[in-house]
Design a protein around this ligand. Structure first.
Ligand SMILES: Nc1ncnc2c1ncn2[C@@H]1O[C@H](COP(=O)(O)OP(=O)(O)O)[C@@H](O)[C@H]1O
Ligand SMILES: [Mg+2]
Length: 352
């Protein structure tokens, strides 16, 4: 029997998505083989004993107060959860599946705790998670690998909060303004007139101390799944092409378009010729390697008329039954339960 903690919720804006993803994953862990210990993290960051059904029929599920638990940071008691008040052991697990997106879940912080305790876990490690979370870091690292990225300017808290005339000329309109560490398109704006630029920059700075202003990439938005197998080889899925991102109400793949309407659909596999498909898969695997990823990642591109350009790398992509990551693997021949099983087995194999 494999004892597995599934951790979900968390302090990021993707709290509810995480609950839904965790519910789908737990439902696919066969009870004959897995003993699941659900752990929820509230929006305030409290760890509590969770539920096997974190959704419970809610549209925007949420982790609420409960029995507070602590994960040991010591290798001597690795994988041990205790009651935060009494110290009583509540569970001992062999592996952790942190189904957490965004800040404090996908950015290397919680991975650091797992490393300290020596407990195997699903997903990339500290460095890859932190680099994948920070869009400036991602772009610098993959560009050094020869993978094209969007032209842009990075604005820091200490410097100017606008673009110079030369920078405006170089990027041209429209530009996209986004927090360097973000997700779910929160704080992202498409700017079509220079008089709207400073407002968009201020909005992005409300979300982060570092902001990217990028020239607009024109072309299909495409997502590729990357997965590490038990033998440590790395595979890329067929690409998914998103339809309707640019003629949505927001004019791009914004928060509302992502979660609140069904305007955007996906074509999986993307209807590309073999060469383009192979090029995307090859770039996704190279980006995965350059960022020092393991386990899994979803690599997002724009296919421009000058070829694919990498937009971002998500190291714990959405994992609901209808999320893009499991869907591209299904189309590649790996079912949802097989995918979950592969991630857990690989985490356990790596720890041996
Ligand atoms: N340089 C760009 N050119 C064109 N569209 C962009 C650009 N950057 C972001 N977008 C649009 O904004 C969306 C969200 O930006 P993204 O960088 O993926 O941030 P998030 O991490 O919030 O998903 C993208 O899916 C895309 O529709
Ligand atoms: Mg994105």
């Amino acid at each position: 029997m494999i004892r597995i903690a599934v951790i979900y919720g968390g302090q990021s804006t993707e709290h509810s998505i995480s609950c839904i993803s965790a519910g789908s994953i737990m439902a696919e862990l066969p009870s004959g083989e897995f003993e699941v210990y659900p752990v929820g993290i509230t929006r305030d960051g409290d760890w509590v004993e969770g539920s096997f059904d974190p959704v419970g029929g809610a549209t925007l599920p949420e982790v609420t107060a409960g029995r507070r638990v602590t994960l040991s940071a010591s290798p001597a008691t690795k994988g041990q959860f205790t009651d935060a008040l009494t110290g009583e052991v509540t569970a001992e697990v062999d592996v952790i599946f942190p189904v957490l997106h965004g800040k404090y879940g996908e950015d290397g912080t919680i991975q650091g705790l797992f490393e300290l305790s020596g407990i195997p876990y699903v997903g990339p490690g500290v460095l890859a998670s932190a680099c994948g979370m920070d869009k400036e870091c991602t772009k610098t690292i993959v560009a050094a690998e020869g993978i094209p990225v969007a032209p842009g300017v990075t604005l820091r808290a200490s410097g100017p909060r606008t673009l110079s005339g030369e920078q405006r000329e170089r990027l041209g309109l429209p530009v996209f303004v986004k927090p360097a560490n973000g997700g779910s398109s929160i704080g992202v704006s498409k700017v079509e007139r220079w008089e709207d630029l400073d407002g968009a920059i201020a909005t992005a700075f409300d979300n982060d101390a570092k902001v990217l202003v990028e020239g607009a990439l024109v072309g299909d938005e495409v997502e590729v799944g990357v997965l590490e197998l038990v033998d440590a080889s790395v595979r890329a899925s067929v690409p998914a092409k998103l339809n309707g991102t640019d003629d949505s109400a927001e004019g791009f793949y914004g928060f509302e378009t992502k979660y609140l309407d069904d305007h955007v659909t996906a074509t999986i596999p993307a209807p590309f010729d073999e060469e383009l498909t192979r090029q995307l898969q090859d770039m996704a695997i190279r980006a995965f390697g350059a960022l020092n990823c393991k386990s899994l990642a979803r690599v997002d591109f724009f296919v421009t008329d000058r070829g694919p350009v990498l937009n971002e790398v998500n190291t714990m992509p959405g994992f609901t039954a209808i999320s893009m990551y499991p869907k591209v693997w299904e189309a590649t021949g790996l079912s949802y339960p097989e995918l979950v099983r592969c991630l857990v087995d690989t985490a356990l194999a790596r720890a041996k």
